[in-house]
Design a protein around this ligand. Structure first.
Ligand code: SPD
Length: 357
């Protein structure tokens, strides 16, 4: 009998230890429960003080994880094994995630702060009636450059970047659509071109740019350009704004051949475990004061009309970062090109990166 009791006690101890270890592991790997909220966002894309404020206000513990491309984010959510409650994809990725049945419809009654969003950013073609997505930040793709390092030269076009004098002077953001888009736009083709000949031509043209490319990098592009490690960068507009706060010598231009207009939006992935908390978080980020604080911290443009009132005029009136409808109507939004074509863009971009090495 004694042996039986000892064996039973040993089993109980092992079970308790296993339970404890699993729950520790789960929470460190991004698994949520009712008391936690797991947010999956781009790197450098939120003021950490707002996360603390949200935790204090709601009693929820935020588990925050980051990604650096729509492609990486989609793959991670699609492969399962995660329980992200909120994610922040761009427009073409939202359209793809809807197609792949990866998103939950939103309950607008739980997002009353939606009324503060400028109607210009609502009901867009990738998500009619904002059934699945709520605007977070928006912007353009363009060139940030240091006129002093270029002997006073102004950059106005994508094609300026192929100038032989710019050897080793260009940094590129590590994005397949952005870099392929630069190649396509420089040839006056659409950012959403699917013609194989045009894509090959764009890739060849990009290969000819390699002597001028110093590196293809992630968020560190901001620090490198602000520290004058290179004179030119292909960047998202909000990164340009942040770089220019750090180093006032730099300027930002949307090239004359055309460029990309993008929208990052908050969504609730289908694997969410805390749907109530996810709505609370989305609504919290839409509060005008919170949205203004976030904008001042990250440098990106807010779609929140009321938040603009809380921002310094030199930010909200800067047309390089808040272009009007007339200017944005000349830009292209990335389309969901379908699984095969998106994979092809990625392949060409990878080949280009290998060619660069
Ligand atoms: N460091 C945060 C960058 C987020 C930029 N999102 C841009 C998406 C363009 N498709």
């Amino acid at each position: 009998m004694k042996n039986l009791i000892r064996a039973f006690a040993a089993i109980m101890i092992v079970a308790v230890v296993l339970l404890f270890t699993t729950s520790r592991l789960n929470s460190s790997q991004g698994f949520s429960s009712k008391d936690t909220l797991t947010v999956y966002n781009w790197g450098d894309y939120i003021d950490p003080d707002l996360i603390k404020k949200f935790e204090k206000q709601t009693g929820l513990k935020v588990i925050y994880q980051t990604f650096d491309s729509n492609e990486a984010m989609m793959t991670k959510i699609a492969q399962g094994g995660t329980t992200f409650d909120v994610a922040v994809p761009s427009e073409y990725a939202i359209s793809k995630m809807k197609e792949d049945d990866l998103l939950l419809p939103l309950d607008h009654a739980k997002i009353p702060n939606l009324k503060y969003i400028d109607p210009r950013f609502l009901n867009l073609s990738f998500d009619k009636n904002n059934q699945y997505s709520i605007p977070y930040f928006w912007g353009t793709v363009g060139i940030v450059y240091n006129p002093e390092m270029l002997g006073g030269k102004k950059i106005t076009s994508w094609n300026d970047l192929w100038d032989k004098s710019l050897k080793n002077q260009i940094l590129l953001v590590d994005g397949a659509r952005e870099v392929m888009g630069m190649g396509l736009n420089s040839l006056h083709y659409s950012l959403n071109d699917t013609n194989e000949e045009h894509l090959k031509e764009a890739k060849k043209k990009l290969d000819r740019l390699t002597p001028n490319i110093k590196a293809i990098v992630g968020d560190e592009i901001k620090m490198l350009l602000a520290n004058e490690e290179a004179a030119i960068g292909l960047v998202w507009s909000g990164d340009a704004a942040e770089i220019m706060w750090e180093n006032e010598k730099l300027d930002y231009v949307v090239p004359k051949e055309g460029s990309n207009l993008w929208f990052d939006n908050m969504v609730i992935p289908k694997t969410a475990k805390n749907i109530k908390g996810a709505h609370e978080f989305i609504n919290f980020m839409l509060d005008p004061k919170n949205a203004a604080q976030n904008t001042e911290y990250v440098g990106y443009s807010t779609p929140n009309k009321k938040a603009l009132q809380y921002l310094p005029k030199d930010i909200s009136k800067d047309t390089r970062f808040y272009p009007d409808s007339e200017m944005t109507s000349k830009l292209e939004v990335y389309e969901n090109l379908g699984k095969k074509m998106l994979a092809h863009y990625n392949e060409l971009f990878l080949e280009f990166k290998m060619h660069k090495k």
